[in-house]
Write a protein that binds this ligand. Structure first.
Ligand SMILES: NC(=O)c1ccc[n+]([C@@H]2O[C@H](COP(=O)([O-])OP(=O)(O)OC[C@H]3O[C@@H](n4cnc5c(N)ncnc54)[C@H](O)[C@@H]3O)[C@@H](O)[C@H]2O)c1
Length: 269
């Protein structure tokens, strides 16, 4: 291993949802560390604008719900750069309208459930399937963005959280089946991360509830998740595969009731 195994010199990464909060931060970080990125997003205008800022980057119009579009993303990237080293499956179905209607199972809309799984799970699987022959050629790797909601139960987003749990199992399956061919596959699980979209859409009072459960004195930024994803995607993580790296400021690490306990010992009760 080189002394600077965190760098991406000569390497090519696809970042789906790369025009969004966390994906854009990861695209910037991988570029700063010497890599070239394909920013693949349904928001093509934003992908193009970011690609214009980043040395060697290209923008790709992607609709993860479409098999053709998802396969074309891999083909276009390999045609342009001649190789693929990292597939970062980061896009997800996330609009506030979807999130508002994704509640508990008793009230689940079947079409919403199907669409969530079509974009998040089926789309990720298709991208992995199309990328694997190219990743075998470069001994590359896959990093899937999941969520802390895939690891613990909540009142909200039963479809989203179930889809992210399915991606964790997809991660392990690929790691197991392709490790001997030189391909690693890992997942990064963010906790609530203050992207521009979330800052706008998530009620401030609820942000405080989540922050109270965090062991840091603030919620994570997109750059925090980018660091975790870039680590997994780099040679510095060459001995790490089939894993979920939770990057949530410790929210999911502690026993239930910690927030109330903290208030009790500090005399607030
Ligand atoms: N922000 C958080 O608090 C948080 C927490 C846990 C997990 N995550 C995960 O992190 C990842 C990035 O989320 P973010 O917060 O940066 O969201 P974001 O909305 O800022 O970015 C998501 C991007 O995905 C793109 N996208 C959506 N549907 C697509 C499709 N069908 N095809 C192609 N692109 C599509 C959007 O255009 C957007 O640019 C997601 O997988 C999300 O589930 C985020």
């Amino acid at each position: 291993m080189t002394s600077d195994a965190t760098r991406f010199d000569g390497k090519v990464a696809i970042i789906t949802g790369g025009a969004g909060g966390i994906g854009a931060a990861t695209a910037r970080l991988i570029t700063a560390r010497g890599g070239r990125v394909a920013i693949a997003d349904i928001a093509f205008d934003r992908a193009e604008a970011l690609a214009a800022e980043l040395h060697g980057a290209i923008a790709i119009a992607l609709d993860l719900e479409s098999e053709t579009s998802t396969e074309a993303m891999i083909t276009q990237t390999v045609q342009h750069f001649g190789r693929l080293d990292v597939l970062h499956n980061n896009a997800a179905l996330l609009s506030p309208e979807i999130a508002q209607h994704d509640g508990d199972i008793e009230h689940m809309d079947t079409a919403l459930w199907d669409r969530t799984f079509a974009v998040n799970v089926r789309g990720t699987m298709i991208a992995c399937r199309a990328a694997l022959p190219h990743l075998k050629a470069t001994r590359g790797n896959i990093v899937n963005t999941v969520s802390n909601l895939a690891l613990q139960g909540h009142l909200i987003q039963a479809a989203y959280s179930s889809s992210k749990a399915a991606i964790i199992q997809l991660t392990r399956a690929i790691a197991a089946s392709h490790g001997k061919a030189g391909v690693r596959c890992n997942a990064v699980a963010p906790g609530m991360t203050m992207t521009p979209a979330l800052r706008e859409a998530f009620p401030a009072a609820l942000q405080q509830v989540v922050e109270d459960e965090t062991l840091r004195d603030q919620l994570g930024d997109p750059e925090d998740i980018a660091e975790a994803a870039a680590f997994l995607a780099s040679d510095a993580a060459r001995n790490v595969t089939g894993q979920v790296l939770v990057c949530d400021g410790g929210s999911a690490s502690h026993v239930p009731g910690l927030t109330g306990f903290r208030a009790f010992v500090s005399g607030e009760h």
